[in-house]
Design a binder for this molecule. Structure first.
Ligand code: AHR
Length: 325
């Protein structure tokens, strides 16, 4: 065998042993770690990307992930959690559709000794010991970012009075409650702003479309100056309606949305949306890290937020960092 060929073989073997292309093979014992994951549904591209992030991260680290999609039904999430407890999974990860109504089932998990990590959304409870950790966005900060953008925009426009219509997410969910609270805390005392309506779009594109149609029928295109939608799906649905409307006032509306999916960021670059507040769906790797730390007996920080920001028409939108998921 020639020297070069032998060296090549040794290199190939070494690469093979370390998992090729720099990727490490998951440790074999990781496969025995079973994570039960109760996902809300598939209501938005954010949610779909979040499920993919969880599945890929579990695959990369080698954990066995049991995913249940609850199709937006709290009862289905409760059933899924009960079946994870019966299966005796190592950790339950779940994204609660609304904040209330979890104490009983989480008490069952606690009694059975199965730890629970809340992912993406919080619960309202008097007993914090029902979950080990929360990992997800700081929705209050997101709402504030939307409000701060609006104040800056009003200053830039020299606006005296802006009428705001809010299309909010699922009633009583954490992002709905906290984005609204954060936004209102920034604008409430500023006399230039009036929230004329707040309607439930349930985080769905179809509902965003429906809400926009109703808002236009109720106030007319010249009766609304700002739309604050709690997610891109609803904003994109609303935009379909606005784009089909021939009243020139719709082009003057200030549009603020949350998430950062590609279509919304593209609409921002095209000048159709004014501000996209970021909310990352890519929580999988950090969730799996928490699972690993928990299994290793480490104490987890109770609250874990990813770093997020906002893109708007005040930014250089040709910057490659301005991109959607
Ligand atoms: O909980 C996160 C929110 O849920 C996202 O903003 C939205 O798109 C999703 O459906």
């Amino acid at each position: 065998m020639r020297k070069g060929t032998a060296l090549g073989l040794v290199l190939m073997l070494l690469l093979g042993l370390s998992g090729c292309a720099g990727k490490q093979e998951p440790a074999a014992e990781n496969a025995s770690i079973v994570v039960g994951f109760s996902q809300i549904g598939s209501e938005s591209n954010w949610r779909i990307a979040n499920t993919v992030s969880m599945e890929q991260a579990a695959k990369e680290i080698g954990y066995s992930l049991m995913t249940d999609n609850a199709n937006q039904k709290q009862e289905k999430q409760i059933d899924a959690i009960r079946s994870f407890i019966a299966y005796r999974v190592d950790v339950i990860v779940f994204s609660p559709i609304v904040e209330t109504g979890w104490d009983n089932v989480l008490n069952e998990a606690k009694q059975a000794g199965v730890p629970v990590i809340l992912m993406d959304r919080m619960i309202e409870t008097r007993d914090d010991s029902l979950y080990t950790a929360y990992i997800g966005a700081d929705f209050y900060a997101e709402g504030r970012r939307a409000g701060e953008y609006l104040v800056r925009k009003a200053d830039a426009l020299g606006a005296e009075h802006l009428r705001i219509a809010e299309i909010h997410g699922t009633t009583d969910s954490t992002p709905m409650r906290d984005r609204q609270r954060g936004f209102m805390d920034v604008i409430r005392d500023d006399p230039r702003f009036t929230v004329i309506d707040s309607v439930d779009g349930d985080f769905l594109r179809s509902k965003g479309e429906e809400c926009m149609r109703e808002l236009l029928a109720k106030y007319g295109a010249d009766g609304i100056d700002v739309i604050f939608a709690h997610n891109d799906a609803m904003m994109l649905g609303a935009l379909d309606v606005l784009d089909a409307c021939d009243d020139p006032s719709v082009k003057k509306m200030v549009l603020i949305t949350v998430d950062g999916e590609k279509d919304a960021v593209d609409a921002l670059k095209a000048g159709r949306i004014n501000c996209v507040v970021q909310c990352t769906p890519d929580l999988g790797p950090a969730v799996m890290k928490l699972v690993g730390d928990l299994k290793a007996g480490k104490e987890l920080p109770k609250v874990n937020h990813p770093d997020e920001g906002a893109f708007s028409d005040f930014d250089d939108l040709t910057d490659p960092a301005v991109e959607g998921f």
